[in-house]
Write a protein that binds this ligand. Structure first.
Ligand code: NDP
Length: 512
């Protein structure tokens, strides 16, 4: 066995995946390469793909940002976030990867910088026979995106270089600040790139359990017949964080939980739970079904926002036994901030499958524990033959993080002579079943983009449809003063009003 083949076999055994055929070589230009996302997530994800033989050995990465930095400093920065142990900790592999990175200092709106970038790309392309394939990754703050897009267009860097090459662009979230700005950004992007070149990323969609939701629903015969209003009482989607605002106060102050989490991640999960079966598992079919469900969600009106949406902001409290500050005391946060760090809402879907089945969504910071999950709560058995016993309705819970897996709860007879029924669960754990943790979401998505598979990326129309659902809430909030904040203590399950949202309909949230 050659060294290369041994490496591949080794990595497949240790990490559970590898690519049999590396992808076509390409140059990746990462805008905002000096930033947090690039260092913490994107470069490690690319390294992960490299050690698992998914990236072509000849790939090249150019980090582009304003900070002055040498190639060596960029590589040193990148190396800090590469694995310190496990299969990827091999110093030789790390060095091979780092040697393929270089840094390019420039201003995002400076035509001269893009002229030089074009020249550099030509050289890299020629020297490494990259075939003209290019991937641009926009990992800057969002107000920089239009500048980069415009300059790429002006420097003739947006179209495919030749008939057989490809040029793609990944755009980070948030995509817009509201419906109008998302439409404006889409218009700007689509003046320069064709929609088929644009990959709007929401890293939640790269998580194994999120993709597994599609396999679970459409690859198995037993669940789909139950997946409708006849058997499902309601759906709960939770994206809870125990962390506070951390270093993102400036961003978060102008975003809040509704924009940051609900408009993107949580509505994405909603559309995967609610969509009809696509004709095929390809980008067009899947995304056509996802947009239909967003379009079927009953839009909230000014008068329904108050009944259906709860906002909250954390005050001081205790998380995992440690005292933590309230949101307004966090560095960089306005001491009178009206930004919401928690949202809970109820949506209804006006179609045959989901008529009258509420979708309760919630997301917040500084909650009792980190948990992203989708819980399908089934209806009670129509008649209870076991007198005196009450059985909790069945729940199917898809855990997205921190531990990816699926569990089904049902009533079982407890041992003994008496008929006593207790809830038990049947569990599937990703790590246990496959002997490995799932791949980092960013690695999955960058891998898909290089393969030209846009299935797990957002299309222009679905981004705009998601904003269309969120805009009336933003508008209603803007025209009224916020509730008395803070209205929940850090380390709890959120504000009391969120409990009332479900309790008023005889339901309750799953405890965190
Ligand atoms: P950073 O704030 O770290 O910004 C990235 C880089 O952009 C900086 O290193 C800086 O590079 C440049 N930059 C920062 N501010 C400005 C500015 N005002 N004008 C021009 N350039 C600026 O952002 P992140 O890396 O955290 O995030 C990048 C993008 O990814 C954002 O859109 C964010 O919303 C999104 N995102 C981030 C996540 C994360 O975990 N960090 C998670 C999900 C999405 P230089 O000064 O060298 O040019």
């Amino acid at each position: 066995m050659s060294t290369r083949a041994t490496d591949i076999a080794e990595s497949s055994r240790v990490e559970g995946y590898f690519c049999e055929v590396p992808h076509e070589p390409c140059a990746i230009v990462m805008f905002g390469a000096s930033g947090d996302l690039a260092r913490r997530k994107l470069l490690p994800a690319l390294y992960d793909l490299a050690v698992h033989s998914c990236l072509a050995p000849r790939f090249r990465l150019l980090g582009f940002a304003r900070t002055e930095m040498s190639d060596g400093a960029f590589r040193t920065n990148a190396s800090e976030f590469l694995p310190k142990n496990g299969a990827g900790a091999d110093d030789g592999k790390k060095q091979d990867f780092l040697n393929q990175l270089e840094y390019f200092g420039g201003k995002y709106d400076d035509p001269e910088a893009y002229r030089c970038l074009a020249e550099r790309l030509e050289t890299i392309d020629r020297e490494n026979q990259l075939g003209g394939n290019r991937l641009y990754y926009l990992a800057t703050p969002p107000d920089v995106y239009p500048h980069v897009i415009e300059q790429l267009g002006r420097a003739n860097l947006a179209g495919p270089k030749n008939g057989s090459s490809w040029t793609r662009v990944i755009i980070e979230k948030p995509f817009g600040h509201d419906g109008a700005s998302a439409r404006e950004l889409n218009a700007k992007v689509l003046r320069v790139f064709d929609e088929s070149q644009v990959y709007r990323i929401d890293h939640y969609l790269g998580k194994e359990t999120v993709q597994n939701l599609l396999v679970f629903r459409f690859g198995n015969g037993i669940f789909e017949p139950l997946w409708n209003r006849n058997y499902i009482d309601h759906v709960q989607i939770t994206a809870a964080e125990a962390l506070g605002v951390e270093r993102r106060a400036a961003f978060y102050e102008s975003a809040g939980a509704l924009r940051d989490m609900i408009q993107s991640h949580v509505l994405q999960l909603t559309s995967l739970v609610g969509m009809e079966a696509p004709a095929r598992f390809d980008a067009t079919s899947v995304r056509n079904e996802k947009i239909k469900i967003l379009q079927s969600i009953r839009p909230l009106q000014a008068d329904t926002v108050w009944k259906s949406v709860v906002r909250g902001q954390y005050g001081p409290g205790n998380v995992k036994g440690a005292a933590v500050a309230g949101y307004r005391e966090e560095p960089g946060v306005n001491p009178n901030s009206a930004t919401e760090t928690f949202v809970a809402l109820k949506l209804l879907v006006d179609n045959w499958r989901w008529k009258d089945v509420p979708f309760y969504l919630r997301s917040g910071k500084r909650l009792a524990r980190p948990a992203t999950e989708i819980a399908i709560r089934f209806k009670r058995a129509p008649h209870m033959v076991f007198q005196g016993e009450s059985v909790e309705p069945n729940s199917l819970v898809l855990n997205i993080q921190p531990d990816e897996g699926i569990s089904l709860s049902f009533g079982a007879k407890s041992p003994g002579s008496q008929m006593r029924i207790q809830p038990v669960t049947m569990d599937f754990q990703y790590r246990q079943a496959f002997g490995a943790g799932s791949r980092e979401a960013y690695a999955t998505l960058i891998n898909d983009c290089i393969r030209g598979d846009a299935t797990l990326f957002d299309r222009a129309d679905s981004v705009e449809a998601a904003w269309g659902l969120v805009d009336p809430i933003l508008e209603a909030w803007q025209n009224a003063s916020a509730p008395p904040f803070p209205n929940y203590s850090a380390g709890t399950d959120g504000p009391r009003a969120a409990d009332d949202l479900t309790a008023s309909e005889g339901r309750r949230w799953r405890p965190l």
